[in-house]
Design a protein around this ligand. Structure first.
Ligand code: SAH
Ligand code: SF4
Ligand code: F3S
Length: 448
């Protein structure tokens, strides 16, 4: 193949898709394709898609409309849909979107070179089989070197929360081996990695089939690679977060004191309908246990507003729980019915204006709480990992605390990838602002 054909790839959805895109690029790179950042010069345009909510899919449809327009001036352009939308819609996508040449689900990426080659010759293709074993464990993702990386440690989800498409789009749970995850991360550390986030839809179900190691074992093994590597992970399901995992986080200084622990609702009735398999009581107890073991831990959550049959009382219970837990942050979503899920059959009876109102109430409440929690850090030194220039101003840099709070400060002598102390002088609900302390005063801050 000479000159090399060029691939353009856009990624939507969660970090797992970001990680998958790096696997996709690696597979295509090995097959002799080049990558381009410019759609105008691409031979193949791929979108790695998300199906979690209706609006995620609408964005992709909008983008496909633009690709269709582009095809008028460049009829040879191959358009491919990858990821969760490809898996959910399968051949319907080929039928409904005339611009689409390829539909490839998350477990079929090894077939990309063959399918892309055929598509370049004018043949449409579809590959959407889900696998019980595929985990791309042997593929080294194609990443741009940097101080942070996302590493998938497992794929799929067996939880079947009734609102969620992921078990349908990603298939059954399966884990990579500790050995390969550690080898991959150790390689990245040699090239300057300072922070890694281990990814899985439900990391507590992680299990190395060869050795029997669980997620706590994996986390500890990754933490031991290098004591200056920050280790993060997401997502933990509140049902099976073990004492061993909590103790592992508490024991290792470089495992970040930050846990994303989605509760979804504060009403036991709604949690049951969601098949979340825990009660609010269990959740509150778990949070108590976590805070006792890890005193400066920061917690975040996901909340869905307007799940089928949710009443004002259910919603108030969610507000109460949010008030009680005092999260550092929350990701809030308006319930979006997804075909084939169990909740789909429950209807969508909460009117849109009520969903929006409830959503805004949760957002406003959490904003106040985040502000309060951030205010408590005013006047204190926090340790950050320096990440680089701030988006808003060229003179400022940003970094994050161990607890995942963004800190903005005048650059001065800071360099990307170093740990520094910043004294916080002002905060809002999303960001801390402050001044770098001299490099010589460096020490681990109690609240960092
Ligand atoms: N595996 C993770 C979540 C993955 S999806 C976990 O269990 O926490 C991220 C979030 O999207 C979910 O936590 C949920 O809050 C939200 N979500 C999923 N399906 C949704 C739907 N149909 N409508 C609205 N929000 C949804
Ligand atoms: Fe979806 Fe539930 Fe699995 Fe998370 S745990 S991916 S919300 S089914
Ligand atoms: Fe979306 Fe699939 Fe991730 S549905 S949230 S891209 S697992």
């Amino acid at each position: 193949m000479n000159p090399k054909r060029k691939i353009y790839l856009e990624t939507y959805g969660c970090q797992m898709n970001v990680a998958d895109s790096e696997v996709v690029l690696s597979i295509l790179d090995n097959a002799g394709y080049a990558r381009t950042e410019r759609l105008a010069e691409a031979d193949v345009a791929l979108v790695n898609t998300c199906a979690i909510r209706e609006n995620a899919e609408q964005r992709v449809y909008g983008r496909l409309g633009e690709f269709k327009y582009l095809k008028k001036s460049n009829p040879g352009l191959v358009v491919g849909v990858l990821g969760c939308m490809a898996e959910r819609l399968r051949k319907d996508l080929l039928q409904s979107e005339s611009s689409v040449d390829l539909v490839i689900g998350p477990d079929e990426y090894r077939r990309l070179p063959e399918l892309v080659e055929h598509a370049l010759e004018g043949e449409k293709g579809i590959a959407v089989r889900l696998s019980r074993v595929e985990n791309y464990d042997d593929i080294i993702p194609l990443r741009t070197d940097g101080i942070s990386a996302w590493v998938s440690v497992m794929r799929g989800c067996d939880k079947f929360c009734t609102f969620c498409v992921v078990p349908f789009t990603r298939g059954r749970e399966r884990s990579r081996t500790v050995k390969n995850v550690v080898r991959e991360i150790a390689g990245l550390v040699e090239r300057g990695l300072k922070e890694v986030t281990l990814l899985g839809q439900n990391v507590n179900s992680y299990r190395d089939q060869e050795t029997g190691s669980d997620f706590a074992d994996l986390l500890a093994a990754v933490a031991r690679i290098d004591s200056s590597l920050r280790v993060r992970f997401t997502t933990s399901h509140p049902q099976d977060m073990s004492d061993k995992l909590i103790a592992t986080i508490a024991r290792h200084d470089n495992i970040c004191n930050y846990i994303h622990l989605p509760v979804q609702s504060g009403s036991d009735r709604i949690l049951r309908l969601m098949n979340r398999t825990y009660s609010c009581n269990h959740y509150v107890g778990l949070v108590r246990k976590i805070r006792a073991a890890i005193p400066h831990v920061s917690l975040s959550t996901d909340i869905i507003a307007g799940f089928p049959t949710e009443t004002t009382e259910d919603h108030k219970m969610t507000l109460d729980l949010v008030r009680q837990i005092q999260y550092d942050g929350a990701f809030t979503f308006k319930y979006s019915p997804r075909q084939n899920t169990k909740a789909w059959q429950m209807g969508d009876d909460v009117p849109d204006e009520d969903k929006i109102e409830r959503l805004n109430e949760v957002i406003d409440l959490q904003r106040e709480i985040s502000l309060d929690r951030n205010r408590a850090l005013t006047g204190q030194p926090v340790e950050i990992l320096v990440e680089g220039p701030s988006k808003k101003s060229a003179e400022d840099f940003t970094g994050r605390t161990e607890t995942n709070k963004t800190v903005v400060f005048p650059k001065n002598d800071a360099t990307v990838g170093e740990y520094r102390l910043v004294s916080i002088d002002r905060v809002n609900s999303a960001t801390l602002f402050g001044m770098l302390l001299p490099a010589s005063t460096q020490r681990k801050a109690a609240n960092g």
